[in-house]
Design a protein around this ligand. Structure first.
Ligand code: GRF
Length: 204
């Protein structure tokens, strides 16, 4: 399974994938390409340190960017596109070319099916589904006691595709947006690896 990992920032989830592959925990998986839309993304350094092919593709105009990515996906024979902290929205036109071949990591709980507006946690509490850029902040503002992270297949609706796997994270009384985000990230580092394994099981 040849991955293209798309990043915009720190790339700690990219690192989790690199570590899992180097540690032999993802047999048959290879990071064939890393793409960043930000020149200063720390994830670029991580890719370079591990001698992975990495490209900075500046985002000026969406369709031009997507055409470039589409070419790269063919050229590098990519099987799965992983959005790991990639902070741009891809068009429906692009996404529809890759059914169940793009996955996204989202720091909130997305219900089965992907599109519902509520999520029922393991203790039976019904919470709203926090979508978009500020999900941990929204979870704090809504005063929920449980949030989490989901890896899901990407569909045109943002942060709404069918989940592959997800994990709950408890919100602490003294959590700030940063502390909650960091705790969610720790869970994500395992979840992203688990999601790739699950995807392989489902597509075998
Ligand atoms: C993660 O929390 C992910 O859920 C969100 O962006 C963050 C990326 O972190 N979409 P990193 O760049 O992998 O460290």
């Amino acid at each position: 399974l040849r991955l293209a990992v798309l990043i915009s920032g720190s790339g700690s989830n990219l690192q989790a994938l690199i570590d899992a592959i180097e540690g032999g925990h993802l047999p048959g998986v290879e990071i064939a390409l890393v793409v960043s839309n930000k020149a200063n993304a720390y994830g670029i350094q991580r890719a370079l340190q591990h001698k992975l092919p990495v490209l900075y593709l500046p985002w000026r105009q969406r369709s031009a960017w997507e055409n470039k990515l589409h070419e790269l996906v063919q050229l590098f024979a990519i099987d799965l596109i992983v959005l790991a902290g990639f902070m741009r929205i891809l068009s429906a036109e692009f996404i529809e070319k890759y059914p169940r071949q793009i996955i996204n990591l989202h720091p909130a709980l997305i219900p089965d099916g992907g599109e519902g507006e509520t999520y029922t946690t393991s203790d039976g509490t019904v919470i709203p589904v926090f979508r978009g850029m500020h999900a941990p902040r929204q979870a704090l503002e809504a005063k929920v006691s449980v949030t989490g992270s989901t890896v899901h297949y990407v569909i045109p609706a943002v942060d709404a595709g069918p989940p592959i796997c997800r994990r709950e994270v408890l919100v602490a009384a003294d959590d700030t947006e940063e502390s909650l985000q960091e705790r969610i990230k720790l869970v994500e580092h395992e979840l992203i690896v688990e999601a790739i394994k699950e995807h392989m099981r489902q597509t075998r």
